[in-house]
Structures are given as C-alpha cells and as structure tokens.
Design a protein around this ligand. Structure first.
Ligand code: AMP
Length: 312
C-alpha cells in the first residue's frame, strides 16, 4: 500500500544500475542498484507523481522496469540503448561501515545525454541522483522553474570532475553527501566548517549523511540532526543515502510546502526509508512496505530522539 496524496511532482535523474556487492554476507552479483532505483522506490510511497530519467543497456532485465511502473512510477524517461548497463562493484568491510569501489563501468551512461520530455521540464521538485555532474547540469538547463533542486554526488565525481561539480552546485538548492565526501569537497576535516565552506559554493542547505550516526541538515546558520534507527539487522548499506533522499523528497512532494518544520519531518522520513533499505540487499528492503510500517518506524524515531527541555 502506498500513501497517495500527490501535491508536487518529483523528477528523479540518476543511475539505474546493476551492482555486484561483496562483503560479510558473500558476493551478490547483478543486483538491481543505481541512485534512481532507490530514490524512486522510496519516494513512491509518498506520491504518485514520481518520474525517472535515466538510461539502461540491453542487458537490463525488463522486470525491474515493469516493477517500477507497477508501483506507479513514470518510467517514460528511462531510455534503453544498445550496450552494457551502468555496473558498479563494491566491497564492504566486515563492520559494514566502510566500503570501497572495486569497479565502475559506465556502459551506456558514457554517451547518455538526458533529453527531458515536455512534462518532465515542468517538474516542481527535482532530485539529481548521483551521476556525472555534467549530466546533472544538463538536466538543470532543461527544467523550467522548479521549486526545489536537490542533488547528491560522490567521491568519484569530486575526484575526477571537481570543476564541473562546482558549476552544478552553483545551481543546486540542497546538496546531499556523506561525511567523507563533504570533507573531500570542502578540503576540511571539521564537518561544521566543511559545511560552511560548501554552503558558500551555492546550495542554501546541505545534508551530510553519516550512516548509522544519522544525518545533519545545515541551513541558514542553523543545524538539525536526524537520528538513524539502531537496527538489529543490517545486510547491505548500498542505497541507504539514495533511499534517504527519496524518502525526504517524496515526503516534501506529499506535504506540498517547504516550511522549516516540514523539512525536519522530511529529514526523519529520509532516515526511516534509509533504515528499511539497509535491512536487505538491493531494493528488497523497500519492497512491500505499508503506510503502517512507515508510520511505526517514524514514531519509533520520534521516541528515540525525544527529550524534554529543562531549565537549570
Ligand atoms: P549509495 O549507497 O546511496 O551511495 O548508492 C549506491 C548506488 O549508487 C549503487 O546502487 C550504485 O549503482 C550507484 N553508484 C555507484 N557509483 C556511482 C557513480 N559513479 N555514478 C552513479 N551511480 C553510482
């Protein structure tokens, strides 16, 4: 069951991938992955107005696309072209806290030039999932007047396309990245100071994801902390950040406003969806959720973080 109250449209541009994941639970090959796959699934629980723009190769199983369409996601912007689907190979340390990229095969992404349909150009919320910042900027040149543009990125692009990334950041309202990436981008170890430096690059707000330590939102001189749910079982952290982003943006689309309190709730909803994603491999943890399950975990997080003010 999905919450259906569509206020704002959400355009998701990102990778649709096949992942090989190695780690304490063994090697799993050809799993459905990619930033857009996680984002769209997480967001689709909050609004029916999710559209995905991306590219797949001729090796990509049809059932994954059908499944997205089956949960109401607009897949008309997913292009199938001859060649190999984007393929990412990663290995997690035994504690699942760190990972290394063993291989990134861009495949059909190497020649991808996103061409937005007319309807997609009118998107109100735009979420640029982790892809080449040149493609992210290309998309931003095509959208007409979005209410909010959020973007994610990763160490690879900070390493090899820093100048392009900086150009994209100048046009982004909310940037999301993890703590290591924030340090790398800002060239500053202290996270608070790193946030200050990144906010000078263009975004008006910055979300720093810190895995099982939760996420921080920096905006207008203030900071808000969303906790992560302490889970009894974590199998695969892949896509946690994307599911966080999907939950957050999906909730903003559902709520229809960008007030400070809505944004805080959206941060918690991001944390909720990230927590479901890591409990299983690939997008499995995001399959078959219900409004009741989402609500329950949201309430648990509210309880976890609740404390009373005291006056000393
Ligand atoms: P996350 O764990 O939230 O950082 O996202 C993991 C997903 O990002 C995986 O499913 C990968 O397929 C995808 N991914 C990894 N590297 C890249 C990249 N360089 N560009 C786009 N997507 C990527």
């Amino acid at each position: 069951m999905h919450v259906r109250s569509a206020h704002r449209s959400l355009l998701v541009v990102g990778s649709v991938a096949l992942d090989d994941i190695d780690g304490p639970f063994g090697l799993h090959r050809d799993l459905l992955g990619g930033s857009a796959s996680f984002i769209a699934r997480a967001a689709a629980y909050f609004t029916r107005r999710v559209s995905v723009v991306g590219v797949i190769g001729d090796d990509f199983p049809r059932r994954h696309v059908d499944e997205l369409a089956g949960i109401g996601v607009d897949i008309s912007g997913i292009e199938r072209t001859p060649g190999e689907t984007f393929h990412w190979v990663g290995r997690y340390a035994p504690d699942l806290a760190t990972r290394e990229t063993l291989d990134t095969r861009l495949g059909v992404f190497a020649d991808f030039q996103p061409k937005l349909h007319d309807a997609h150009k009118d998107a109100e919320l735009v979420l640029l999932g982790n892809i080449d910042p040149v493609l992210q900027l290309d998309v931003l040149r095509q959208v007409r007047s979005p209410v909010l543009v959020a973007a994610d990125t990763m160490n690879l692009w900070i390493d090899i396309k820093r100048d392009d990334l900086v150009k994209t950041l100048a046009k982004v309202g909310t940037l999301m990245l993890n703590d290591e990436e924030a340090r790398q981008l800002a060239e500053e170890h202290n996270l608070r100071r790193a946030a200050g430096k990144i906010l000078k690059m263009g975004p008006t707000s910055l979300i720093i994801k810190r895995g099982d330590a939760g996420a921080l939102l920096f905006h207008g001189g203030g900071v808000f902390a969303a906790p992560a749910m302490p889970l009894a079982e974590v199998k695969d952290p892949t896509g946690a950040g994307d599911s966080f982003a999907g939950g957050l943006m999906g909730y903003l689309a559902y709520a229809g406003d960008l007030s400070p309190s809505t944004i805080r709730t959206a941060m918690i909803m991001g944390s909720v969806m990230g927590s479901f994603a890591v409990e299983q491999f690939s997008v499995d943890g995001l399959r078959d959720l219900t409004t009741a399950k989402i609500q329950q975990r949201f309430d648990e997080l509210a309880e976890l973080a609740h404390f009373e003010r005291v006056h000393l």
